[in-house]
Ligand binder design. Structure first.
Ligand code: HEM
Length: 155
């Protein structure tokens, strides 16, 4: 089935595809780390983009993974919905400046055993065939700050 990209998705069609690369992370309560990341953005002909992410640590073992959707609202705004197996869900509103998307959480919900996360910010930017992403958070009693960032190449 060869679906047309929904008109509402056209402004962010530069995301579509699979991207792979490396990142690094840190937080005051943990040791700095590096990781490999694979990210896929897909469309289904509807006004959203489906997102899947997987990471591996420097030792090749599995690290973080998450899935979600970027939604295009009827008035042209962006929303992001993310679900993590660590028991955290995030709902964001976002803005687009050319090929740079910036999201700020409006809700972070936690399962009873999840670590405390109060606020999350995400930036995704594409320049040519290079995607960079960054994540800021306020978690486990620490102020809002950088947790990780990665540079990915279109595969
Ligand atoms: C590329 C994606 C990510 C990677 C590779 C990653 C990796 C890590 C690693 C290695 C740690 C330290 C060990 C551990 O506690 O498991 C950690 C801690 C943590 N991460 Fe991430 N993380 C990612 C995304 C996220 C996201 C999206 C959130 C929440 C929105 C998050 C929240 C946390 C929290 C709350 C901790 C615990 C800090 C502590 O216990 O002091 N991480 N992360």
């Amino acid at each position: 089935m060869n679906l047309e990209v929904h008109p509402a998705v056209q402004p962010v069609a530069f995301l579509l595809g699979t991207w792979r690369g490396t990142g690094n992370g840190d937080y005051p309560t943990i040791e700095p780390f590096t990781y490999e990341e694979t990210v896929t953005f897909e469309h289904f002909g509807k006004p959203f983009v489906a997102y899947t992410q997987r990471t591996k640590g420097a030792d090749g073992g599995p690290l973080h993974t998450e899935t979600g959707y970027i939604r295009m609202t009827e008035d042209g705004k962006l929303e992001l919905v993310i679900s993590q197996p660590s028991g955290i869900t995030e709902i964001h509103t976002g803005t687009r400046d050319n090929s740079r998307l910036e999201f700020t959480s409006v809700t972070v919900s936690l399962s009873p055993s999840a670590k405390q996360v109060d606020r999350v910010g995400r930036v995704i930017e594409v320049v040519g065939d290079i995607m960079t992403n960054e994540l800021m958070m306020s978690a486990v009693g620490e102020p809002y700050q950088w947790h990780l960032g990665a540079t990915l190449h279109r595969t």
